[in-house]
Every structure is written in C-alpha cells, then in structure tokens.
Design a binder for this molecule. Structure first.
Ligand code: HEC
Ligand code: HEC
Length: 379
C-alpha cells in the first residue's frame, strides 16, 4: 500500500442522515474482509500494531495526532514514515503497549483507556489539577424525561407530520460545501453538490469542484464512490451499514425500526439549546446518539464514533436552520460535519449549505445504478 492518505477524499455516509450530503468513499480504507492486510503486511516498520487492519493505520495516526495535539513530524522524519530516528516515535510505541496492557489487564480487553484519557490534546499530560478549579455544584433534582417514543413522535410532528412526510417521494438538493482533499483531507476545495434522493432508499451525490467531479451513492444495496480518475469502489463494511440507514428516504419515520434499542439518556446542551439525548444501540456497530431540541422537537445533532485500534474517532453532525422546503416538511438547510467525514483528520470540518430543494420531481431509477469503473482500482 502506497501512501494511502494522499488519495484520501473521504467517504462515509456514516451518520449523515438522508439529508446530509453523504460523502465520498476514501480510496484508502477498502475492505475489512478477514483476509484484509494487517499493518505489518502493508507497512515497513511495525512493531506494536501487529495484527491490526492496515486500513486503520492512518486513522490511528489521526487519532494519536489529535490526542497529543502535535503534528505528524513530532514523531516522524518528514517524508520517511518508516524511519525510527525520532525519540517520540519510540516512546509512542511504549505508550501503545502500555495502553493495550491496561485495557487487557484492568478492563477485560475493552478499549477504555486511550491516549486521550491521559494526554487531552497535550504531548505532556498534566497530573495535578490546574487553577482556577470549578466549585463542586449540588446535584440537580432529577427531571422526569419523556419516553423515546414520545421524543420521536414530537420530532415527526415538528418536521410536518407523518402524512406530509410520506407525500414526498423524491428530492433534488443543490448545495455548496468544501471537499477535503490532500493528506488527511486538510486541503479544502470548494464544491457545488447535487444530491438526488428517491424513496425508498436511493441516493446519488455529485460533487463538482473547479477541477474535478466525484460522486457517491447508495443503489438500494451497496454504497459506492467514484473518484476523480473514474475509479469506483464499494465502501467498507462499517460504512455500508451506516449508508443503508442514512439512505432511508423516510429515516425520520423509521428510526425505531432502523436502530436496535433506544434509550433516553438525559438532557444535554447542544450549542445554546437543551436537548434530549436518545442513545441508539446499533446491531454490529457502535451506538449512536441523537439530540432532539427540548422545545422544538427537531433533531439538532447525531453523534457516533469510528473505532480505531488506538481509540475511537468521534463523528458528529449538527443540523441547523430548519425550513419548510415548500411542501410542509422541514429540512435542515445548514449541516455541519465534525470531522468533514470520519476518515479525515479530526480538525477538518465541513459545512453543507443548501441552496435549492425540489421535491416530488421525477428521477429515473437508472440514475442510481452504480457506475462502471473507468480506471483500474487503486492498489
Ligand atoms: C506520537 C507519535 C506519532 C505521531 C504524532 C504520528 N505517528 Fe505515525 N507512527 C507512530 C508509531 C509509534 C508508528 C509505528 C507503530 C508500530 O511500530 O506498530 C507509526 C507508524 C506510522 C506509519 C507506518 C510507517 C511504516 O511503513 O512502518 C505511517 C505511514 C504513519 N505512522 C503515518 C503518520 C501520519 C500521517 C501521522 C500524522 C497524521 C502520524 N503518523 C503521526 C507514531 C506517531
Ligand atoms: C496512563 C496515561 C497515559 C496514556 C494512556 C498515554 N500516555 Fe503518553 N504519556 C503519559 C505521561 C504521564 C507522559 C510523560 C512521561 C514523562 O514525563 O516521563 C507521556 C508521554 C508521552 C510521549 C512523550 C512526549 C514528549 O515528547 O515528552 C509520547 C510521544 C506519548 N506519551 C504518546 C502516547 C500515545 C501515542 C499514547 C496512546 C497510544 C499515550 N501516550 C497514552 C501518559 C500516558
């Protein structure tokens, strides 16, 4: 595997809802089949991450970089990642072994302690509390929480109600957003995007930048992405499940069916609003959290994680500026993604701004057929 992150442009229907412009597949993280290469098979100088999937190595590096608040060059000789010349790289290896041992011996192998537990964005963790300190506050009296069913029902009402939602069967959305390109996705390129959605679960997204066009979609069965060279790849397993849920045209009506158990987790602040937190257990995946505005009932945020061998990468999508798109159903016209997609550096964010929405337009099913690759797949 060559320097995979070079080509990274990002996929991940991930948590993005049917409305969020579902992003493009990262060329790098291709398959996670049992036969997928391990880190030591794909890279030159692996001593502690043996046996972890090669496709997750760069994600782990993004995680370390953020956990310590440093650049890649803090541990790596520029342009020579396999080199072991830098002292912090050697210390990092000891830290990885320590972390694996703590989790194995104290937490039954669950990934509880990560680099971030101690480092909190600094290379040298702080052991003593730092002034000024927060006063301990008396415990607030517990508030009675509505049930998950009540929260979901008020969400559907706030959007415009079940009958109005079902009267819409297709949508064409035009929006702007920056596409993460370059190493780790750190180079933003402006794009005009077109999103086609059709019930029950067909999605096509086209991203046009000044110099190239990329696309991705869900054809009812498979999540795919096409890069600027015309190569088409299928998303990895974890992204397939997320894309399937996100592609549901009536996701807002089907949350209960799409997810496993829903538990009301309390009230948290989302920006300047109070939100009910609903935690969704997802079969074969990590839990997702939904934040519903306590006053309006609308969905303000979805949050989840992408697991890596060294720690989970948080992924959050915020929905703002809900407006009636013309047929009595509200849509968020501003969608903020942190990070821009789950496979870029954590500090790379993206904002989707919807410019135009057309509903109940005729879209041929053929438009959603997965395209043929126009070039050999990436190695
Ligand atoms: C805190 C130190 C640290 C930082 C920061 C860091 N790495 Fe690493 N990196 C390591 C260690 C340690 C290994 C070797 C792991 C092992 O031995 O199993 C490694 C291995 C790698 C490898 C495999 C090289 C090979 O062929 O053996 C690549 C590629 C890599 N890192 C890329 C990056 C990138 C890109 C960044 C920035 C996003 C980064 N690293 C940030 C510590 C770091
Ligand atoms: C249990 C707490 C803990 C965890 C977990 C932890 N570290 Fe550390 N780390 C420390 C402490 C404390 C120091 C400072 C040690 C010292 O001062 O000698 C340190 C120092 C380091 C340093 C040297 C920094 C410098 O240049 O001075 C690196 C690099 C590092 N850690 C990487 C990592 C990585 C990568 C992970 C996750 C795989 C990790 N650490 C997990 C506690 C932790």
């Amino acid at each position: 595997m060559r320097h995979t992150f070079m080509a990274m442009r990002g996929i991940g229907a991930a948590l993005a809802s049917a409305y969020a412009l579902v992003l493009v597949a990262s060329v790098q993280a291709q398959t996670q089949a049992p036969s997928a290469p391990t880190a030591e098979q794909a890279y030159k100088s692996i001593k502690v991450l043996n046996g972890t999937p090669a496709a997750e190595l760069i994600l782990s590096m993004h995680f370390i970089r953020t956990a310590l608040g440093v650049t890649c060059e803090y541990c790596h000789v520029a342009g020579n990642f396999p080199s072991d010349a830098m002292k912090p790289k050697e210390i990092a290896r000891q830290m990885i072994s320590m972390m694996f041992a703590i989790n194995k011996n104290t937490f039954q192998g669950r990934q509880v302690v990560t680099c971030y537990t101690c480092h909190r964005g600094r290379a040298q963790p702080i052991g003593a509390p730092v002034y000024p300190l927060d006063d301990p506050k008396p415990e607030a009296a517990p508030v009675a929480l509505p049930s998950a069913d009540q929260i979901l029902a008020s969400y559907v009402r706030a959007l415009g109600g079940d009958p109005a939602i079902r009267r819409i069967t297709s949508r064409v959305i035009t929006a702007t957003q920056y596409i993460p390109t370059g190493p780790g996705g750190t180079v933003p390129v402006p794009a005009q995007t077109e999103q086609y959605q059709k019930a029950p679960n067909l999605v096509l997204n086209v991203y046009k930048t000044p110099t190239y066009t990329i696309s991705d979609g869900f054809d009812g069965t498979t999540k795919w992405a096409q890069d600027a060279a015309g190569r088409v790849i299928d998303a990895v397993r974890i992204d397939q499940g997320r894309a399937r849920r996100g592609a549901n045209f009536y996701e807002s009506l089907d949350l209960k069916q799409a997810y496993g158990k829903l538990t009301v987790g309390g009230i948290e602040r989302v920006q300047d609003r109070d939100a009910y937190v609903v935690v969704a257990d997802v079969p074969d995946d990590t839990p997702e959290r939904f934040y519903f505005d306590r006053d309006s009932g609308l969905l303000l945020r979805k949050a989840g994680v992408l697991p890596t061998p060294l720690g989970a990468i948080p992924f959050q999508v915020d929905y703002e500026d809900y407006r009636d798109a013309g047929n009595g159903v509200k849509l968020p016209f501003v969608i903020q993604m942190y990070p821009a997609n789950p496979r870029v550096e954590l500090h790379v964010t993206a904002t989707v701004r919807i410019q135009k929405v057309e509903e109940n337009v005729a879209i041929e099913d053929g438009k959603f057929i997965k395209p043929q690759s126009r070039a050999a797949p990436p190695r």
